[in-house]
Design a protein around this ligand. Structure first.
Ligand SMILES: Nc1ncnc2c1ncn2[C@@H]1O[C@H](COP(=O)(O)OP(=O)(O)OP(=O)(O)O)[C@@H](O)[C@H]1O
Ligand SMILES: [Mg+2]
Length: 220
């Protein structure tokens, strides 16, 4: 039985891409419970399966074997994912991109726009509000994607290498914003990273190695 405060539970969850000779096991039977208020870093080198694990938790991918279960009161829309790669809508400007979750949820445009500007400010890119995604840098786009999830205020925030393309100072600010937003909205936060100094800022850490999510005691 998952604990009472569990949001998402992975039980021997595996994810295989392709089949037969082409099969790539991105995640081997992972066991993980994400609870309300969690602050978890998933650390691992490139190709170790961090994004794949996050996509399983988000419900974007279905476990090939094993299971990923959400608590009965957790909807998929309660989980916000900051994608590792560009996920902004090219035809919308930065503010519109950041406001999108609230617009889609039916909030008045003015309120959504205000929330978007606040979130953009938190990650230091409010001055880019009127630009199109093609007019900003990759690192700036990553920060807009973080702002978008802050606007959504989900119960579980999944951020896939949110500091991967940022210098130390900007990365620190993005992490500050994610931690502050999670505190404010009492959300759980899971961050993938290969940067030990980012991982050190989260209370709990797990390592992925070659598709295996190592046990807590195996994480340095
Ligand atoms: N759609 C896919 N089809 C086939 N193989 C995939 C697919 N997505 C990922 N993989 C493979 O699964 C493994 C894990 O990839 P994943 O993207 O989860 O790693 P990662 O730890 O996030 O890496 P990075 O730090 O570079 O982002 C890799 O071997 C990768 O090549
Ligand atoms: Mg990845």
């Amino acid at each position: 039985m998952p604990p009472d405060d569990a949001l998402v539970t992975c039980t021997d969850a595996a994810l295989t891409f392709g089949r037969d000779a082409q099969a790539v096991v991105a995640v081997h039977g992972a066991n993980l419970t994400i609870r309300a208020g969690d602050r978890l870093a998933v650390v691992g080198s490139s190709g170790s399966g961090k994004s794949s694990l996050l996509h399983l938790i988000a419900g974007l991918e279905q476990a090939t074997t094993g299971s990923v279960t959400r608590a009965t009161d957790v909807e998929r829309s309660d989980i916000g994912l900051v994608f590792q790669n560009d996920s902004l809508i090219p035809a919308l400007n930065v503010a519109e991109n950041a406001a999108l979750p609230l617009i889609l949820a039916g909030h008045p445009e003015k309120e959504a726009q205000q929330a978007a500007l606040t979130a953009l400010d938190q990650v230091g890119v409010r001055h880019l509000a009127d630009r199109l995604p093609e007019e900003i840098s990759g690192g700036q786009a990553q920060r807009v994607a973080v702002a978008r999830v802050l606007t959504q205020a989900p119960r579980l925030i999944l951020a896939d290498e949110p500091t991967g393309r940022l210098d130390h100072a900007s990365g620190g600010r993005v992490l500050d914003a994610l931690l502050a937003a999670a505190d404010l909205t009492r959300a759980a936060l899971v961050v993938t990273t290969h940067d030990p100094s980012v991982a050190a800022r989260l209370a709990r850490r797990r390592t992925m190695r070659d598709g295996r999510l190592l046990a807590p005691e195996e994480t340095p």
